[in-house]
Design a binder for this molecule. Structure first.
Ligand code: CIR
Length: 258
């Protein structure tokens, strides 16, 4: 059975890091109930949901994706670009060690898991305000023995690589051409987001091929449906204000893929 590691929304969420968005009020109880639906949806789709304990004073701790990269062969504990987020790592490492051998990044590398897109044996890393070339080199060093190629990607004005591009299957990406150059992903099939929906590229690939998707992006959802993808929609409106998208809220552990 695949596993999803999640963490409750912190009561400090209003003090979250923001890079490209203006701060606006976040309704904590609404964020909690949307997050609960996200977890229930993962469970209903076959995941064993493992919840880390709430971190009262770690504002961004719900965004567990940024703390780890899980591959079939090992898990890498990241070194988030925002120093405020580094205390989030210990709880993730304590659980992940039950599933994978762990590797750690060290200074000067910085990496947010939101900057990582894995397609087969290629690991794409966004060179964002959070993740750097030293991370590309360190991830390459610890994954080389398993046959991975690690490639840095230049990004436009968005927080993470997964804000700009995500895989929707092993050979296809969903991408916003304003934020990442489509040519970089020319070896795959490329689906572009609807130009009215700039945040629509973020999508969670579930273990049997369905996609967990944000109900806010109906025009891009239609594009995906027309290509034959089955979508499961959830509401993420409160955590969107914290610059968090759907992939950010879980670390998925699959039997055969990261
Ligand atoms: C941050 O700026 O770190 C959080 N407010 C949002 C992190 C979102 N995580 C993600 O996209 N993987």
């Amino acid at each position: 059975m695949p596993t999803a590691i999640v963490r409750p929304v912190s009561p400090a969420i209003q003090q979250c890091e923001l890079t490209h968005l203006e701060r606006q009020p976040i309704d904590f109880s609404r964020a909690q109930s949307q997050h609960a639906s996200y977890c229930t949806t993962l469970a209903a789709n076959g995941y064993q949901v493992v919840e880390l304990s709430v971190a009262e004073d770690l504002a961004d701790s719900v965004f567990v994706e940024d703390t780890a990269l899980v591959l079939p062969e090992l898990a890498i504990i990241t070194r988030p670009g925002a120093a405020s987020r580094r205390p989030e790592l210990a709880a993730m490492a304590a659980v992940l060690q039950n599933y994978r051998q762990l590797a750690w990044l060290s200074e000067p590398a910085t990496l947010d898991g939101g900057d990582v897109v894995v397609l087969g044996k290629t690991i794409w890393i966004g060179l964002s305000s959070r993740s750097n070339q030293a991370a590309v080199e360190q991830v390459q060093a610890v994954t080389k023995a398993f046959g991975y190629r690690v490639q840095g990607v230049e990004l436009g004005q968005c927080l993470h690589l997964k804000t700009a591009v995500c895989a929707v299957d092993s050979n296809t990406v969903l991408l916003n051409p304003q934020w990442v150059e489509p040519q970089v992903f020319a070896e795959y099939q490329v689906i572009e987001v609807d130009p009215r929906e700039e945040f629509a590229a973020n999508v969670v690939q579930l273990h049997y091929g369905r996609l967990l998707y944000d109900q806010a992006y109906s025009a891009t959802a239609e594009r995906l449906r027309q290509r034959g993808y089955q979508l499961i929609l959830v509401d993420n409106s409160e955590l969107t204000k914290a610059e968090g998208a759907l992939t950010c809220c879980s670390v998925l552990i699959h039997e055969t893929e990261g």
